[in-house]
Write a protein that binds this ligand. Structure first.
Ligand code: NAD
Length: 478
């Protein structure tokens, strides 16, 4: 369904994020017929380019990152007719009047702040000063949203000077993933799961976001941040909220975000022995973390595992185990719900121990599997095995699912539609930092040294121990 005609201004339109995600994503939505012919996209950044120069930049970005659609030159040309550029100085006056002359009245206006957060205030202020933004305008802001509670509050206050909360779209692209929304559909659209979704039936929940890459070119940013700030405070926290929240009364932005906020506020402080931090070691043919960030005395974690408890009626006593890390053996993001054993095995000890496990995979191969216990086929007597009911979207739903809308493009279309459900509200972000800050302060005060771990493995041994101590184990990374 096409969205309403819009003007989208991308501040930082020549940056890495615009090139890899935003522009190719917009092109894919255009090809899908979701973008009306009157839509206009304006890149606004520091480089001295004209419209033609920027169109070349966008064409290259599409060729490189838009997948199979990028071979359709006619479509690209048609898309580029909607693209323009204004050279702008976020901190000065250059370019703003030109931008004002390009942005049309009486349309949806969205301003994407794809720039360093230090510029958010300058841009917000100038949008107002030059009469570019009205009560109906929307702004989109990127992570990192602060580096602690104080900076997040300051950023919220800066934006609040010029925009209402209903106009601010804080992106966490994990929320734009197909599976994440499907998680809500599965939980709240079936009678099967919700009655079992609590401490009485769930033994524990694991959330893993594993990467095979290292810090890449982001060394100095990453070293000042670490896995807690870069991944856990935002992405893993959002996944935790969706898996643990109470059913909202309706699928409405504030109803959903109210429930997520309650989860964050119910998190217990984390015990120091429930925290494992690691740093990838050097290997025969690859540098270690400290070389990658060029800081031989770095104590920043590139791996983090945590055991958490949520103090509420539903989850009292059920642990949540979170882990994320770089240079691990697989690129995997998944949420695993491990149900308790059947209360009594009528098949005796020989039948082995069997459990229902629901694995919700965000990557690779978005989908879900539910392990159910059945009889091993054949004449071997009553032996039990676990088989997965596989709901890999590409298999179940055909090629359409394979080209599932990428997170960014779905979220941008939601901005144009004015739907904030999949965006973080200011109080959620602050609550997440309020939980994160004392944990970081704790390990800093203890002078905790991250454990080295082998590249291409599953993280430090202590992370295995965190589970083994409880008689549990991580699902294998694959
Ligand atoms: P980048 O450094 O590649 O691009 C920065 C952009 O900002 C450029 O277009 C530059 O011209 C513009 N810019 C800088 N100073 C300016 C000024 N004074 N006036 C006008 N324009 C100015 O950065 P990026 O990687 O695209 O990241 C942009 C934002 O998105 C950052 O907040 C980053 O943290 C966030 N982010 C990036 C990624 C990613 O994959 N690159 C992922 C998540 C979040």
């Amino acid at each position: 369904i096409p969205v309403d005609p819009f003007d989208l201004v991308i501040f930082g339109g020549t940056g890495d994020l615009a090139r890899r995600k935003i522009l190719p994503g917009l092109f894919r939505r255009f090809c899908a017929g979701q973008m009306p012919p009157e839509a206009q996209i304006i890149g606004a950044a520091r480089s001295e380019l004209d419209d033609e120069g920027y169109r070349d930049f966008v064409r290259d970005a599409i060729h490189e990152f838009a997948g199979p659609l990028s071979e359709d030159d006619a479509q690209i040309d048609e898309f580029l007719e909607r693209v323009g550029y204004v050279a702008i100085d976020a901190k000065g006056e250059g370019g703003w009047e030109e931008l004002k002359s390009r942005v049309r009245d009486d349309l949806v206006h969205a301003f994407y702040f794809s720039v360093a957060p230090a510029l958010f205030g300058d841009i917000a202020e100038r949008l107002h000063l030059h009469g570019l933004a009205g009560d109906e305008s929307r702004i989109v802001v990127e992570k990192p949203f602060g580096k602690d509670l104080d900076s997040a509050k300051a950023l919220n206050a800066t934006l609040a000077k010029h925009f209402h909360e209903q106009q601010i779209y804080r992106i966490d692209h994990y929320l734009g993933k197909e599976t994440v929304q499907n998680l809500m559909a599965v939980r709240f659209g079936n009678v099967l799961f919700e009655p079992l979704w609590n401490a009485q039936y769930v033994d524990h929940i694991q959330i893993t976001v594993a990467e095979t890459v290292g810090v890449g070119g982001r060394g100095s940013y990453y070293d000042a941040s670490g896995a807690m700030r870069d991944m856990v405070q935002n992405h893993l926290m959002q996944l935790l909220c969706l898996i643990a929240m109470e059913p909202p009364a309706k699928f409405d932005p504030d109803a959903v975000r109210d429930e997520k906020l309650k989860v964050i506020r119910a998190l217990e402080p984390v015990e120091p022995h429930h925290i494992v931090r690691g740093q990838y070691d050097k290997s025969a043919n690859s540098q270690g973390y400290r070389q990658d960030v060029e800081n031989p005395r770095s104590f920043t974690e590139s791996f983090l595992a945590l055991k958490l408890h949520i103090s509420n009626w539903r989850w009292a006593g059920t642990p949540f185990y979170l882990r994320t890390g770089k240079k691990l053996k697989a690129r995997t993001s998944e949420i695993v719900v491990v149900f308790k054993d059947a209360p009594h095995s009528i098949f005796g000890a020989d039948a082995g121990r069997h459990r229902n496990v629901l694995a919700i995979r965000l990557q690779p191969n978005e989908g879900m599997t539910l392990d159910v216990t059945i009889k091993e086929p054949g004449p071997g007597g009553m032996r039990l095995i676990d088989v997965p009911l596989d709901m890999t979207f590409a298999d179940a739903l055909g090629p359409e699912a394979e080209q599932a809308t990428e997170a960014y493009e779905r979220l941008i279309m939601d901005v144009i539609r004015g739907n904030q459900t999949l965006f973080m509200r200011g109080d959620e972000v602050e609550a997440a930092w309020a939980w994160t800050d004392p944990i970081i302060a704790g390990w800093t005060a203890r002078s905790d040294v991250p454990k080295p771990y082998d590249q291409g493995g599953s993280g430090p041994e202590d992370s295995m121990m965190l589970m083994h101590r409880d008689g549990r184990r991580w699902r294998e990374l694959k």
